[in-house]
Design a protein around this ligand. Sequence first.
Ligand code: NDP
Length: 260
Amino acid sequence: MAGFNVRSVLVTGANRGIGLELVKQFLEKSNPPEWVFATCRDPAGERAQQLKNLVSRHPNLVIVALEATDPASIKAAAARVEEHLKSSGLNLLINNAGIARLSTLESETPEDMSLVYATNVTGPLLVSQVRAPTEGTLQLTPGSSPPSLSLPSLPSGSGVISCRAHSPSPCAAISARGVSRPQAALNMLTKCQSLGYGADGILSIAVHPGWVQTDMGSSATFTAPLTVDASVRGILNVLPTLSEKDNGAFVSWEGKVLSW
Ligand code: NDP
């Protein structure tokens, strides 16, 4: 990580959990980015307090309002970021914001499925879309070596397509619950982005953070094995190892290529 230089990074869903820890660890680097954009839904509210505490110590940290399900909010966020970056472009986008809803095939509702899809799949699509400079919005720097990342929205490593060994739930439950967790859709989006943006030198990679001790990763029945600190340290160690050969891949916080 010491040799990993990124001039600007934007993390969505940065007021708690993995997003907040990513921001903290970027800021603590011996060579921190010139700009760290931490987005959250309500910068003025209590839920952004930890981010606000960091701003007083880190002038390179900018808190930006971004609601991942609202295209107007995403555009406004992009304009805000552009004010700081001018036309130099963003080096690293981490689409981290996400939600999970526990359900079974019987209890799943259309409302929940739509909300999870809107947040975890359409959100990253829209955030990544605002890169065209002609729209006066956010640009991901072509040719930058750090990739654009999407954290898949599937807590605990369970999969719609494959059942992983460290899943906290029995396989029977995974296939039912997986219906509302569009990990496969997000991985497919990442794959499509890798093909669509690859020609501009932008890498798109899905990263599995492990099963992490956050609000999302915790449940009354199971204890997540990974601390947020260890997961994010792992992700930040993996970042500098990624290159064109990983474009469109799904990798773990330990750097292993995962199937989906
Ligand atoms: P948390 O629930 O701790 O945090 C989620 C973050 O996303 C919060 O900052 C939340 O903001 C934000 N968010 C949720 N919905 C929206 C929205 N509509 N617009 C903007 N921001 C939103 O989750 P984690 O930190 O655990 O997870 C981070 C990412 O990692 C997620 O994408 C998750 O799917 C993925 N992941 C996590 C795993 C785990 O074990 N924890 C395992 C696999 C993947 P607010 O405070 O306003 O709600």
